[in-house]
Write a new protein. Structure first.
Length: 114
């Protein structure tokens, strides 16, 4: 689902645990939001087969933190940190959405890496 929701130039990869990172080369935050929205809608439309969930309908969601280079960060480490901070804001406010670091930076003051 992720791969088919992205462009050929985008690079999704596992970042650890249940986290993923998607690199969107030459993409600004507005373009990133379009891709994040498309990914969110497609994943929200998925339902796990009941044979794997004990007969329950289980829907899938995705929480996304977005940071862009060089607008939000000047290094790889800083870019990852800012994306993680944006993700924290999403998780703190109910999950299943996306946030751009620059738009939520004022909400990251109590950020703690989980």
């Amino acid at each position: 689902m992720v791969r088919t929701s992205l462009r050929q130039t985008d690079v999704p990869c596992r970042f650890g645990g249940d986290e993923m990172m998607i690199m969107l080369p030459s993409t600004n935050s507005e373009e990133s939001k379009i891709i994040a929205k498309r990914l969110k809608e497609r994943i929200n439309a998925l339902t796990l087969p009941t044979k794997y969930t004990g007969g329950e309908e289980v829907h899938i969601s995705i929480s996304q933190g977005i940071a862009t280079y060089p607008m939000d960060a000047n290094s790889t480490e800083e870019l990852l940190e800012k994306a993680d901070k944006a993700l924290y804001v999403v998780k703190k406010n109910g999950r299943g959405f996306f946030a751009v670091y620059r738009e939520v930076a004022d909400q990251t003051h109590d950020y703690k890496k989980e």
